[in-house]
Ligand binder design. Structure first.
Ligand code: UDP
Length: 272
């Protein structure tokens, strides 16, 4: 991925035009469901970089050479740093007002060489109007944080209005880089005290086993607890990754009347 970062850095330095899509498995699935998005991914302008182990594995399976993972967050962080070194301008579009404003403040403090061409939050805006503004400014870097596929679709639709610029659909990267949201696996707490977890199998009784219709969790953390940070970390992990893993491992986490074959053995049956 260093190689890709360098390529993006060179494009920035030479004022080339570049459109980067960081693709995780959901991105690729989305392309199946939204034909217009599939067209964007297949368009020659779009450079697709693998974000996530799933895409790397799929690529390896197909015999494709990939050079490691490129996450949206890492790419955005790298480009901000390069903008600072090369005195380039950045436009940020998307995320909540407090998030994007916090990130702008952080960029100004940490990379005084970078120029903030402008920014707008991603709520209640007219995408076309925002892009009219961006096209007038012709910034060197345009980050669009509106979620997949909206961010890629609007970049692609407007790309021909620009002579130069590195365009990246960055998903939730502003939330992470602004410090408003943490990546659980990268946070200090997780690194210094990673927690262990195990899956508990719901015991199968005469009438079947219970599976949750809506997986939910709820616990409270005392703000004075010594382990408050770790508990919050765990909560974050639960809400983002655990259900996903349960799905991969085929553990019961869906409705008892799910059509999914994997749950056939635990389905509640009213003996007729
Ligand atoms: N967002 C936005 N406007 C919207 C919907 C979403 O600005 O109408 C922002 C949201 O605040 C977040 C980002 O888009 O910063 C989407 O992040 P998410 O992680 O959901 O995106 P993904 O990468 O999963 O598509």
């Amino acid at each position: 991925n260093q190689e890709f970062f360098q390529r993006a850095g060179k494009a920035l330095e030479r004022e080339e035009k570049m459109f980067v899509v960081t693709a995780n498995p959901e991105t690729l699935m989305m392309a199946e469901q939204t034909p217009e998005f599939g067209d964007v991914l297949r368009s020659p302008e779009a450079i697709i970089v693998p974000d996530g182990i799933g895409v790397l594995k799929a690529a390896a399976y197909l015999g494709m050479d990939t050079n490691g993972r490129v996450t949206g967050c890492d790419l955005v962080a790298y480009l901000i740093k390069e903008a600072g070194n090369l005195h380039k301008s950045i436009y940020l579009y998307g995320a909540k007002e407090e998030v994007v404003a916090a990130l702008v403040t952080k960029i100004k403090a940490e990379q005084p060489g970078a120029v903030i061409a402008g920014y707008r939050n991603g709520y209640g805006q007219d995408d076309n109007e925002v892009f009219d503004e961006i096209a007038l400014l012709q910034p060197d870097i345009v980050f669009v944080a509106l979620g997949i596929p909206r961010q890629e679709l609007i970049i692609h639709r407007n790309l021909s209005r620009f002579q130069k610029g590195i365009f990246v659909g960055v998903g939730g990267s502003f939330d992470v880089l602004s410090g408003m949201k943490k990546r659980e696996s990268k946070s200090e707490t997780f690194r210094t005290a990673p927690f262990e977890y195990e899956f508990l199998y719901a015991p199968l009784g005469d009438s079947g086993a219970y599976a949750y219709l809506e997986p939910w969790y709820g616990f409270s953390v005392s703000k004075d607890s010594d382990e408050a940070e770790l508990a919050v970390e765990f909560l974050r992990f639960m809400s983002t990754r655990l259900d996903e893993m349960a799905g991969i491992k085929g553990l019961p986490s869906v409705a008892a009347d799910s059509a999914d074959k994997r749950y056939a053995g635990i389905r509640h049956t009213d003996a007729a």
